[in-house]
Write a protein that binds this ligand. Structure first.
Ligand SMILES: [Zn+2]
Length: 335
């Protein structure tokens, strides 16, 4: 008994000390897998201290153009900076969202981009940003938008998108005078997440857990057979299929999401398990039936850090301005 407790504690300590190694393996295994959010595990280099040191000057720090890596074609294009922000909106939010929610998304996308260019300039050697949401944020062209809208209202929709970007073109989000790491996600499931529980590192004062404000919390169910589950988690637990271990939840984060799980002798972060399985969020309960089939019941969609896109739209529907939306999701900021 004592031995197993000791072993458990050692595993816990090791997994706390080596989060990045753990994460890198899993990220590599899941490269290209898509979900609905921005950003990657680059919070350490995006840390508040780092950002604060560099400061932000509106006059000199707005580039005219940006170099964008289109990951599918492996091609780098250069385009006007604000055209890029329009493309991010096409890729990231439905045009049917309220104008104030689209404006909030434009300010968030602009801030996220400028901050990433400043603090992580070497992520892609020949480009400032890419269109992979697990690394940077989505980007789609005007042609793509018109093809997917494909109706009589497409010109009206385009004007709405242009208004959202052009009416906010000089606006960014700052905390104590410096650009913030403006993470966002599709739907928090009711409560956003403190960034440190997702990416580790220091506590970031403006990326705390706040009410998600969504109308719909996106409930979802995903089931796996024992063999499917065993294969997906093989990098972390190699003998799952043979041993058929129970899946135990060890603890929760302050927002109610699962923080750590224990499978056999292995303790792993729920954020890592989420990547391996492709489930929508770490806000889940899990059930296993007598045949070993495993079902995850999730709410929300995405990592849960920063602005909830669905919550932003709900706030706008209820009359909030883009500034009120931003100040709700990022604490103590100016925009
Ligand atoms: Zn990227």
């Amino acid at each position: 008994m004592k031995k197993s407790i000791l072993f458990f504690m050692i595993v816990m300590v090791i997994s706390f000390l080596t989060p990045n190694l753990f994460l890198l393996d899993i990220m590599a295994a899941n490269k290209g897998k898509s979900d609905y959010q921005n950003g990657s595990q680059d919070l350490t280099s995006n840390s508040n201290e780092n950002v604060a040191e560099k400061g932000f000057d509106r006059k000199t720090d707005f580039p005219e153009t940006i170099k964008l890596l289109l990951t599918e074609k492996n091609e780098v294009i250069e385009l006007p900076f604000e055209d890029y922000i329009k493309g991010v909106l096409i890729g990231e939010v439905p045009i049917t969202y309220e104008l104030e929610a689209l404006k909030a998304q434009a300010i968030v996308a602009r801030t996220y981009t400028l901050n990433k260019m400043k603090t992580n300039p070497n992520v892609h050697p020949n480009a400032d940003m890419c269109d992979d949401i697990n690394c940077c944020q989505a980007y789609k062209t005007k042609e793509y938008a018109f093809a997917s809208w494909d109706d009589e209202e497409e010109n009206e929709k385009w004007r709405k998108l242009e208004t959202a970007v052009e009416s906010t073109s000089d606006r960014v989000i700052t905390y104590q005078g410096s650009l913030i790491a403006a993470f966002f996600h599709a739907n928090s499931g009711g409560q956003t997440e403190n960034a440190k529980y997702v990416w580790g590192g220091e506590d970031i004062p403006y990326l705390q857990s706040v009410a998600g404000n969504e109308g719909d919390i996106y409930q979802d169910t995903k089931s796996f057979t024992k063999a499917e589950f065993a294969e997906l988690i093989q990098g972390a637990v190699s003998d799952y299929e043979k041993k058929d271990y129970p899946i135990e939840i060890v603890d929760y984060t302050g927002s109610g999401r699962v923080y750590h799980l224990k499978i056999g002798e292995t303790t792993l972060k729920a954020t890592d398990l989420r990547r391996m399985l492709g489930i929508r969020s770490t806000n889940f309960r899990v059930e296993k039936d007598e045949n070993g089939n495993i079902t995850f019941y999730t709410i929300g969609y995405g990592h849960g850090v920063g602005m909830s896109q669905e919550g932003a739209n709900q706030m706008a529907l209820e009359g909030a301005t883009c500034e009120e939306i931003i100040k709700h999701y990022y604490l103590g900021v100016e925009c």
